[in-house]
Structures are given as C-alpha cells and as structure tokens.
Ligand binder design. Structure first.
Ligand code: PMP
Length: 457
C-alpha cells in the first residue's frame, strides 16, 4: 500500500510546525524555500515537484553507487524476508558476521576486529572509550588524555564533540566536555608561510613537545587522515600521516584514524591511511559503508587492543558499550552488497579516473578571481572563496557568500552544502564522467556569477 503524500505546501507547513532539521538555522531555512526530496535515481535527486538536481554532495558525503540501485535494494529486500533486526548483545546475526569478516579482509593489515555502531560519531566514541579502557585494562590508568587537532570534526555527541574543535559547533558546550591537548592540523593555505612543509613541521614540533613531556599521560591521538572534512576540506601535506604515526609509535601513544568521511574509496584509496602506508590502532568508518542506504558504522581495531579486553566477567575487562540497533542485519546486508558492488564494478579505478578529470577541470576554477584555494583528495573537494586573493581576506560574514553560491547552484540544478566560505563538491563515487562534467559546469557558473555580483556591490 502506498502512503498518501500531501501536497508541497502542506509538507512545508508540517516541516515548519514539527520537523526540526539537524545542523540547520531553522529561520533561514524556512525563509529560503526548502527542497523536499521525494526520490532518487542514479546521481539525481527529485523533489516533490518533480524537479531534478544533481547530487553534488552525495546526500551528505555518503552515497556511493547512486540512488535506487537495484542490487542494493535487493539486498535489503532479501534480508527483510528473513529478519529486520536481531541483537548483537550476547548473540550474533549472519550479516553482521559476514560484514565483520569482509571488513577485516579489506582493512589495512592487523585491523582484524570490528565493533559495529549506528553513526560516525558513535564509531568515534567507541574508539575513544576503547583507547581509554585499554590502558586501564593493561594496568596503566594514568594514560587517559587525548591529543586532538585544530578544526577537527568527529561527530556531535558529547564525547565526539570533546575531541572536536570547530568553534561554531563546539565552543558553547565547553563546560560539558572533557579536556584534551590540541595541536595544529597542518593547513598550508592559512599557515603564515603558505608552505605545506612549514605547516607540517610546526604541527609535528607541537606534537613532539607534548609527547616528550606528557606521553605517560596520553592514551591516543585522533585525526582525520589526508583530508579534514567539516573544517573546510583541509588537505594535509603528503607524508604527514606517516610522520605522525611514527612519532606516536615511538612514544607508545595510540592512533585513532577517523575515516568516517575519507574511508571506503572516497580519496581514491580504499582507506586514506593507505596513501602513507599507515596502520592505525583504530579506524572508524560510517557514511559510505552501506552505500548511503542505512545507518551502520564501524570501529576497526587490532588484536593488541582486543586481547586487553579478554577476561572473565569478574575481572572487569569487558567493553560495556552497545546500542539497541548495533549490527542491524538490514544495514549489514546492504553494506555487504555495497562492498561487493564496489569490487565487481572496480569502483576504485573509476574514482581515480574521475578524480583526475575533476583535477583537470579544477585548474580553471583556480583562475577565478575570488577563488583563494582549491583542495582535493580524490572525490573530496573544497573550493575556498575569498574577497581578496592577495591577502586571503574573506567576504564580509553578512554576505554569506557560501550560502549564496550554493543557492545559485541549486537554481541551476545541483545540490550541495557549503562549509562557511568553502564550497563542497563530493559527488557519489560511481558518478558517470558526463554527469561529473555537467555538475562542474554548474559549480563553475554559480561561483563565477555570485562572486562577481557580490564583489561588485
Ligand atoms: N567523523 C568525521 C570525519 C565526519 O566527517 C563525520 C560526519 N561528517 C563524523 C565523524 C560523524 O558522523 P555521523 O554524522 O554519522 O555521526
């Protein structure tokens, strides 16, 4: 039976009356004639009026093969015919076991243990709690602090916010958070020297100073490898991850690689840590794990960590964490189908081809008079808009240049979301080449038109 859907004006009224959207200034949103998506097909989204838009942000950085994919639909339906949910607390289910095995086979060597969860934030919380408890379990409870990076975003629950560092989202919750030690994420464009190597050197020097004095108290460092996402698509200098991992290993501090955004092909490698040959102690996944279908996330770790939790109940070594829907069979079944499809369709090769094509197109964006910086890691792209390229000064805040560009792109038929003055471009990994070109045409036009207009005011 198909549910009756009221007309658009009624939906909008109900959105206004009852639906509080996440990360959304509700006043602006409701003034700006919101898009209400009804369905998707391939890399296109259709609103309730039947208008089509390119999905230029992978429906918040997670879509892989496009929307309404027959193979993924079938995986959900097939599992529905068996069971929708069975708990992992004290029992198991078939798709969860198969997915754990598959992830262990795919992951960098040694990451053999998989703990499931429902969101990226939770996958991070699990890594943080495991790292914290690991040192207690092996008799070193004084190692209990975390090193975090400026600009970090690891999710919006209180633990994930504690290890995050985005003023706008996190500052007001300060009194609720546990304190961390922070080092700068190497951000070449905003570093006084503008030089990636100098930015990396400063960051590593800050790390070394902390490790030299305090390593005995530090449990772990958490980092978004290769590309920091929500901070505005900040690309770390090549080799930085390897140097970071090397220093942490020297001081026996654990490494948590948060690959919720970068993992599973997004940067052109299966995992971003592979670019530098790094094997972290924890690797978090979310977003693209189910191809963008259902909320399943995962925290991968090593035997070294797992074995520290191995003990009789009375020894107090158990990891007491889990949610009602942990390891949901529908989600795990579609995640398995997603990973199989990635392999069958040689998606990583496609991503690399598409990234090269995007890179070639981006050189024209760099020439635009109000584009300050273009940052790319595979199909994770950020275009930073500035008022003055020489001084790197932004447009005045009240201009809200990012939002205006995204609004124009929407009029032209492309959906994305800005991160302040950085325009995000993250198409689904399986985007056909012609669709990528069409999306980038719109993006270019929207940036050129809006910046010219606003600068001329
Ligand atoms: N870590 C990173 C690096 C992310 O980019 C995000 C989401 N943008 C998260 C964690 C949180 O994931 P979720 O929104 O699924 O909780």
């Amino acid at each position: 039976m198909t549910r009756w859907v009221p007309p658009r004006d009624v939906l909008l009224a109900w959105n206004r009356d009852h639906l509080w959207n996440p990360f959304t200034p509700m006043k602006n949103y409701l003034e700006e004639d919101p898009v209400i998506i009804e369905r998707g097909e391939g890399v296109k989204l259709f609103d309730v009026d039947g208008r089509a838009y390119w999905d230029g942000y992978s429906s918040l950085w997670l879509n892989v093969h496009g929307h309404n994919v027959p193979e993924l639909n079938a995986a959900v339906t097939e599992q529905l015919g068996k069971i929708a949910h069975a708990t992992l607390l004290g029992s198991a289910n078939v798709p969860a076991i198969l997915l754990a095995k598959r992830l262990a086979d795919l992951a960098p060597p040694g990451l053999r243990k998989v703990f499931f969860s429902d969101s990226g934030a939770e996958a991070v919380e699990i890594a943080v709690k495991m790292a914290f408890q690991y040192w207690q379990n092996i008799g070193r409870p004084e190692k209990r602090r975390f090193i975090t990076m400026t600009g970090a975003y690891h999710g919006d629950t209180i633990g994930a916010v504690s290890v995050g560092a985005i003023e706008l989202f996190h500052a007001r919750f300060g009194p609720l958070l546990f304190p961390t030690v922070r080092i700068p994420y190497p951000h070449a464009y905003r570093h006084p020297s503008g030089d990636p190597e100098a930015a990396a050197r400063d960051s590593l020097a800050a790390l070394e100073a902390i490790l030299r004095d305090q390593a005995d108290e530090i449990a772990a460092l958490i980092v978004e490898p290769v590309m920091q996402g929500a901070a505005g698509m900040i690309r770390m200098p090549d080799g930085f991850m390897a140097a970071l991992a090397d220093r942490l290993r020297a001081y026996d501090v654990l490494l948590i690689a948060d690959e919720v955004a970068t993992g599973l092909g997004r940067t052109g490698a299966m995992f971003a840590v592979e670019h530098d040959g790094v094997v972290p102690d924890f690797l978090t996944l979310g977003k693209g794990l189910t191809g963008g279908y259902l909320p399943v996330a995962a925290t991968l770790t090593t035997d070294r960590i797992y074995e520290a939790f191995w003990g009789e109940e009375i020894e107090g070594k158990t990891f007491y964490h889990g949610h009602s829907y942990t390891g949901n069979p529908l989600g795990c079944a579609v995640a398995l189908a997603n990973l199989e499809l990635m392999e069958q369709r040689k998606l990583l090769e496609h991503v690399r081809r598409l990234s090269a094509r995007a890179e070639a197109r981006l050189s024209a964006f760099r020439e635009l008079p109000y584009v300050g910086d273009v940052r790319q890691a595979g199909l994770m792209i950020g275009i930073e808009i500035v008022r003055d390229r020489a001084t790197k000064a932004p447009f005045p805040r009240e201009v809200r240049i990012g939002r205006k560009i995204v609004a124009r792109a929407r009029e032209l038929g492309l959906l994305t979301r800005p991160l302040g003055d950085v325009i995000v471009f993250m198409p689904p990994l399986a985007t056909p080449e012609a669709a990528l070109e069409a999306m980038m045409d719109i993006l270019y036009r929207a940036i050129a038109e809006v910046t010219e207009k606003e600068a001329g005011r």
